[in-house]
Design a protein around this ligand. Structure first.
Ligand SMILES: Cc1cc2nc3c(=O)[nH]c(=O)nc-3n(C[C@H](O)[C@H](O)[C@H](O)COP(=O)(O)OP(=O)(O)OC[C@H]3O[C@@H](n4cnc5c(N)ncnc54)[C@H](O)[C@@H]3O)c2cc1C
Length: 393
């Protein structure tokens, strides 16, 4: 089996590793900078708990509230690109219980498989402790969130106040926390490097700065893992993949005296946090924009740090915070498209894209599914529902 993987982010790298380990002859091509890099400096949360697709009841109201808030978590850039309005309308229509019921079982399966595959690889460094959702507004909000997550089958533990107070680096403003027991943190760049190295150890060839025409490829299968650029990549096949770019920011702060021991979601600040060695990574924002918009807006960086400071002890005079942006590939129904496209070229084309907020968490599970599809194995009906065929239904 000769597999050509288009895109060398975390999805492409993971697919390359698992395909090569199954015995495929793998070639990975990446268009290179300035597109490359979304998978490297994100929050690194492996959120097994996040199986509810992003398009779910309540999201439209939350999105509108955020749009009218200054520096809200969800935003529209001044140049969101053509096709954004129909995408937004389509997304709003998908915020239904039926969408959650259709897609959550497959996401749950893939997230658990990912966590298993990551944990089985002892070269991948992961946090020892589970992820906390931390609240500053009220303890009731924490209890309500715990109840909501339990109703969706998520394993949740309410954190006793004395344990919360014992966690290094948290300020007195943190009033409650719940632990998502199965979730953990990784350094996303280390995960990516490990997956690439695993593929190379099995002979995969990586080429940078290469863009190919999908209609004319000499391979047994093409896997498109081109992130936010996937729609442009498959357009020559006459396929219209509804994906928008959702830009997010991160900073990696040195000099934290009392480093938290675990990944966290600061729920009232809409900010993710992850202790990575001697730096604290913070990330936030979901701004619909064009895929090539990686601009770093200085006041957003300042606001990100200031919001986190409400909950975590961050020194006032921090320098060298390493600001960064990446663009999430956001699908129209909040779940990735993983499966074959209708065949319009000599070589069958599989897509593995649209992972939105949880591409790092879903990467290994996605690669496992892609490998089984490429080799013609039967797949579970819940996984089959993640196929792009659902766009035609
Ligand atoms: C601020 C922020 C925080 C995040 N936090 C988390 C988190 O905590 N946990 C989590 O699970 N996820 C998180 N994410 C989401 C995660 O980063 C993405 O879902 C994931 O990186 C998408 O990976 P990808 O491989 O699909 O895309 P990418 O990493 O964008 O890779 C796509 C690759 O395709 C290449 N390419 C594009 N077009 C072509 C072409 N025509 N030919 C060849 N190559 C091409 C590009 O150069 C690029 O390297 C976060 C994202 C952001 C922005």
């Amino acid at each position: 089996m000769r597999a050509l993987v288009i895109g060398g982010g975390i999805i492409g790298a993971s697919c390359a590793a698992l395909l090569a380990e199954r015995g495929a002859e793998v070639r990975v091509v990446d268009a290179g900078a300035p597109r490359f890099g979304t998978s490297l400096r994100n929050a690194g949360h492996i959120v097994v708990s996040h199986s509810i697709p992003f398009a779910a009841p309540g999201m439209v109201r939350a999105g509108i509230r955020s749009l009218i808030t200054s520096d809200g978590a969800f935003a529209l850039s001044s140049r969101p690109g053509r096709g954004t309005l129909p995408w937004l309308i389509g997304f709003a229509r998908k915020c239904t219980t039926a969408n959650v019921e259709a897609l959550q079982p497959g996401l749950d399966l893939l997230l658990h498989r990912s966590a298993e595959l990551i944990s089985a690889d002892t070269e991948i460094v992961r946090t020892k402790h589970g992820l906390w959702q931390v609240f500053t507004s009220s303890t009731e909000r924490a209890s309500h969130e715990a109840e909501h997550l339990r109703a969706h089958g998520v394993q949740v533990r309410e954190v006793p106040v004395e344990e919360l107070r014992g966690e290094p680096g948290l300020t007195q403003r943190a009033v409650a926390a719940i632990e998502l027991v199965e979730d953990f943190g990784v350094d996303p760049e280390q995960l990516w490097m490990r997956m690439r190295a695993r593929s190379q150890a099995r002979g995969a060839i990586w080429e940078d700065g290469v863009e190919l025409d999908l209609r004319d490829q000499d391979a047994d299968v093409v896997v498109v893992a081109a992130g936010a650029w996937s729609p442009a990549t498959v357009r020559s096949l006459g396929v219209d993949l509804p994906i928008r770019a959702a830009k997010g920011y991160s900073v990696s702060i040195p000099g934290i005296e009392h480093m938290p021991t675990r990944p966290m979601l600061l729920m009232d600040q809409r900010t993710a946090l992850n202790p990575l060695g001697d730096r604290l990574r913070l990330s936030a924002r979901y701004e619909i924009t064009g895929p090539d918009d990686r601009a770093i807006v200085a006041h957003r960086i300042a606001a990100l740090i200031e919001r986190a400071r409400e909950v975590v002890d961050i020194p006032r005079d921090v320098a060298d915070v390493q600001p960064w942006t990446g663009v999430r590939p956001a699908s129209i129904d909040g779940a990735p498209y993983i499966g074959f496209l209708p065949q319009r070229s000599a070589t069958p084309v599989l897509v593995a894209t649209g992972h939105g907020m949880i591409g790092t968490a879903l990467a290994a599970g996605t690669a496992d599914l892609v490998t089984r599809l490429a080799f013609g194995d039967d797949v579970d009906e819940r996984e089959a529902r993640l196929s792009p065929a659902r766009l035609l239904a």
